[in-house]
Design a protein around this ligand. Structure first.
Ligand code: CS2
Length: 504
């Protein structure tokens, strides 16, 4: 048995006898990319594409400097520092094949809370051409129901008054863009990679709102100089488990403290508008298009919403993973009915895409038995996700008098989930949401007022005032509380027992 080796640059030549490792000289890479928010997704997606580009097409200008803005990023900072930015990407195929590979594209990592000034300098450096973001749906600092920038956030207040002591992404972007302007450098591109429709437009709108309040002249420069391409990103990346870490050590004698696992599927569609050059990502399969909007809407409303449909209903029902949900005929059929009857009618025309095949492929991806994507990951931060993934679809169907019952059931189930905090077997649910307290408070009042949950305006807007929705929702929520579950309702809906009730 070989010696377990810690994944570091020094050990790479030995490790490369065990699994594929970077073949390029990492010391020679420039840091053209700075990425804010280095989670599992970034490491399975953008950093993977970048690794491929560097390795196969000599994209040596595009090494990545990771940046963490939150205290919680300390752990990834420490691990990546210790491992010289190296980590293992473990691709898990549906047939059971497992393909681990060491990624080398991240060459530095900086933690903003430790040293805000060095993060500003990195962003302001001439070497930096693109600043990409995965800061989560909640990180954009907009009010979910109105879409306006939330100036009440104390961190935003702080950085408006202290531009040299930024806290949020907006403070860091303005502080560094100001330095670039003053030094006569070109602006970088801001490339959002979050699951938000029109993510680039959103980043632009929010950054400009902030910059206008901080420094009007600078805001004008940003408006003219910075490009914010919209992009659609896709790769299912479950939370890393101890079993993944053990697998590498037991099978390959590699000690990697934080590998990433993912499915084989990967997709990135980006609008081709950049302020300061870009990697030739098309060489490694990225699609550059003039308008990404139809693609992102399709992905958010089918894949992400589909995940939430399964995750929330599955959590209450006691399923731990998305593939366990999909194996259940009722869940699988319910998901398809939601996609066909409620999500699809709201999509724009998609040239060259066979939607039926896309939906089939989602079902297959969700069914991958080796991914074991936990429903708790999917349900995490639902207060930021559902307004984007599900509620917009629901509102459009209310306007067009389309079907609403499938989405309404998910929202009613989310209320029950937030109230009870246990599944149907009485086992505690792992609820991760910044609004957990407010959601619980609103949900526990359901018995007195069936609409109490959907009166949370910051999430649902005026939904409780919509008579048709209120009627459907009241019926559903009362049935869930009476029956202590969702499965009968799901079956009834599929047998069309409820379909007609849903029409005005
Ligand atoms: C998931 C996404 O956050 C979620 O709930 O739907 O993380 C999803 O797995 C990715 O967007 C896949 O590309």
């Amino acid at each position: 048995m070989e010696n377990p080796l810690t994944l570091t640059q020094e050990n790479l030549s030995i490790i490369s006898d065990r699994i594929p490792c970077p073949k390029y000289d990492r010391a020679k890479l420039s840091m053209g990319l700075v990425h804010i928010g280095v989670g599992g997704f970034h490491r399975a997606h953008q950093a993977y594409y970048t690794h491929q580009l560097i390795e196969k097409f000599n994209g040596s200008d595009w090494g990545i400097c990771g940046v963490g803005l939150r205290k919680a990023d300390q752990k990834i900072h420490d691990v990546l520092q210790k491992q010289n930015g190296l980590y293992t990407l473990i691709v898990k195929h549906p047939d059971g094949t497992i393909a681990p590979q060491v990624m080398g594209s991240i060459i530095d990592f900086q933690l903003a809370v430790n040293s805000p000034s060095s993060v500003i300098l990195r962003l302001a450096s001439e070497e930096t051409k693109i600043v990409s973001l995965t800061i989560t749906e909640g990180g954009y600092n907009f009010k979910p129901s109105s879409g306006e920038f939330d100036f009440a956030n104390p961190d935003i207040q702080h950085e408006l008054e202290h531009p040299d002591d930024p806290k949020t992404v907006y403070g860091f972007l303005t502080a560094s863009l100001k330095k670039r302007r003053d030094a006569g450098l070109r602006a970088f591109t801001v490339l959002s990679c979050d699951n938000i429709q029109h993510n680039g437009d959103m980043a632009r709108e929010m950054l400009l709102a902030f910059a206008q309040a901080q420094d009007r002249e600078l805001a004008k420069w940003i408006e003219e100089e910075v490009c914010f391409p919209n992009s659609m990103v896709d790769r299912i990346t479950p939370v890393t488990t101890q079993a993944d870490i053990d697998y590498l050590e037991n099978t390959y004698q590699i000690k990697d403290e934080w590998p990433v696992t993912c499915e084989p599927f990967i997709q990135w569609v980006i609008e081709d508008k950049f302020s300061n050059g870009r990697p030739e990502f098309e060489k490694v399969g990225v699609q550059f298009v003039p308008d990404v909007k139809p693609y992102e809407k399709m992905k958010l409303r089918l894949l992400n919403a589909g995940h939430s449909v399964l995750g929330i209903l599955g959590a209450i029902h006691g399923y731990p993973t998305i593939n366990a949900c999909i194996e259940d005929h009722t869940f699988r059929t319910f998901l398809r009915a939601f996609m066909d009857r409620e999500a699809t009618p709201t999509l724009d025309e998609l040239q060259g895409i066979d939607l039926a095949a896309y939906k089939d492929s989602l079902q297959e991806r969700f069914a991958n038995p080796n991914i074991k994507d936990s429903v708790s990951r999917i349900c995490s931060e639902s207060s930021a996700k559902l307004p984007k993934f599900l509620i917009e679809t629901l509102n459009e169907n209310l306007s067009s008098n389309g079907s609403i019952q499938f989405a309404a059931l998910v929202i009613a189930a989310w209320c029950y989930y937030s109230d009870k905090g246990v599944d149907r077997n009485g086992d505690a649910l792992e609820i991760i949401d910044v609004m957990e307290g407010e959601l619980h408070q609103a949900a526990v009042q359901t018995k007195e007022d069936p609409l109490s949950f959907i009166k949370l305006k910051s999430i649902f807007g005026d939904l409780s005032g919509n008579q048709r929705f209120a009627q459907v929702y009241t019926f559903l929520i009362q049935t869930i509380y009476r029956e202590g579950g969702v499965i009968n309702l799901m079956q009834n809906m599929l047998n069309s027992g409820f379909e007609n009730r849903d029409k005005n």
